[in-house]
Ligand binder design. Structure first.
Ligand code: FE2
Length: 327
């Protein structure tokens, strides 16, 4: 159809909203590492606007193509503690790994420069259930009454991967608890973030909370828990979320700096296998200009492969990573 040209053909994509606060389906694109820069720019713009975007029918993707597509959005990073699926960057999100992420969270917030984007691909889906929900942390902030916005602006919170897994998952088997301790929290991270993060690309203010929060800085016990719940509740309101029912070959990409998500654990013993590639983020900055700080360990150790999530040393003044969308 196109006349002789060496430039990759630009695919005409369409973007259709699926939720009032966040979420859009993008169609007319075959994801891979060879997308033209214009198409990548359109996807990135839709991702920033809608916070989570969904693609159907991407069955052709394998680990390598998934990672190659990820490179068009930025630099893939390894999980700080969990080994990858393929010895590279692809993280297994499997039902046999110890259950679903059925707690509201933002990925890897226990390190300072946690991922900017996560790209999740469905390989095996259960016959029912196993949906994922996302919540918009920018609209959660915006919709707060003003006195609460002022309070949130002034707070910081300590996030850690060393939480009480058994208490959160009362049905967990002893081997799942042991595996969690041995792998997920093999290195114990403590990071202090502002509760309100200024988004480095959109300038929006977002609530930075989720289940890695250990406490609100300067508070203890019930005061810390109550204040956390007060703000977290606004994130989780159903009107502030979108829910996705997975089909094999689906891909979801979310802006991890403006969302939380939740994997619903309701497909009984059926297999559910997804693969996640995460893209490096930068160190959050609060409304007062103060950045997040790593409290422990002294530095983020190297994972078995590649560079770790949160390894970015870009300081707050550095320009946002606009990605390698040009290649
Ligand atoms: Fe997650």
């Amino acid at each position: 159809m196109s006349t002789a040209t060496t430039a990759p053909e630009v695919q005409k994509i369409t973007v259709r909203k699926v939720g009032g606060r966040l979420g859009a389906v993008i169609s007319g694109v075959r994801l891979g590492g060879d997308l033209p820069a214009e198409t990548v720019a359109e996807i990135r713009a839709a991702l920033l606007a809608h916070k989570v975007v969904f693609f159907r029918g991407q069955d052709h993707l394998d680990e390598e193509a998934h990672e190659a597509f990820g490179r068009l959005l930025g630099t893939p990073v390894a999980h700080p503690t969990v080994p990858s699926a393929d010895g590279r960057y692809s993280l297994p999100i499997d039902s046999d790994f110890g259950g679903r992420a059925n707690q509201w969270h933002t990925d890897v917030t226990f390190v300072p420069a946690y991922p900017a984007f996560s790209i999740l691909r469905a390989v095996v889906v259960p016959p029912y259930g196993g949906n994922t929900l996302w919540a918009n942390t920018a609209t959660a902030y915006e919709s707060l009454p003003e006195p609460l916005r002022v309070l949130a602006d002034s707070l910081r919170a300590v996030h850690s991967n060393d939480y009480d897994y058994a208490a959160l998952r009362p049905g967990a088997l002893p081997e799942q608890i042991a595996r969690f301790r041995e792998i997920f929290s093999s290195t114990k991270f403590l990071t202090e973030h502002p509760v309100v993060r200024v988004h480095p690309e959109t300038g929006e203010r977002t609530l930075l909370l989720g289940n890695f929060v250990q406490r609100i800085s300067g508070l203890t016990g019930a005061d810390s828990r109550d204040l956390f719940s007060l703000f977290q509740r606004h994130v989780e309101r159903p009107e502030n979320t979108v829910r996705w029912q997975w089909q094999v070959g689906d891909v979801a990409i979310w802006d991890n700096r403006a969302t939380q998500h939740y994997g619903v654990d309701d497909s009984d013993e059926h297999d559910r296998k997804l693969r996640r590639v995460t893209i490096d983020g930068d160190v959050p900055v609060g409304v007062d200009g103060h950045s997040s700080t790593l409290l422990a360990p002294e530095s983020v150790p190297d994972p078995a492969f590649g560079i770790p999530s949160g390894a970015s040393t870009a300081d707050a003044a550095a320009p946002p990573a606009t990605g390698a969308a040009g290649e």
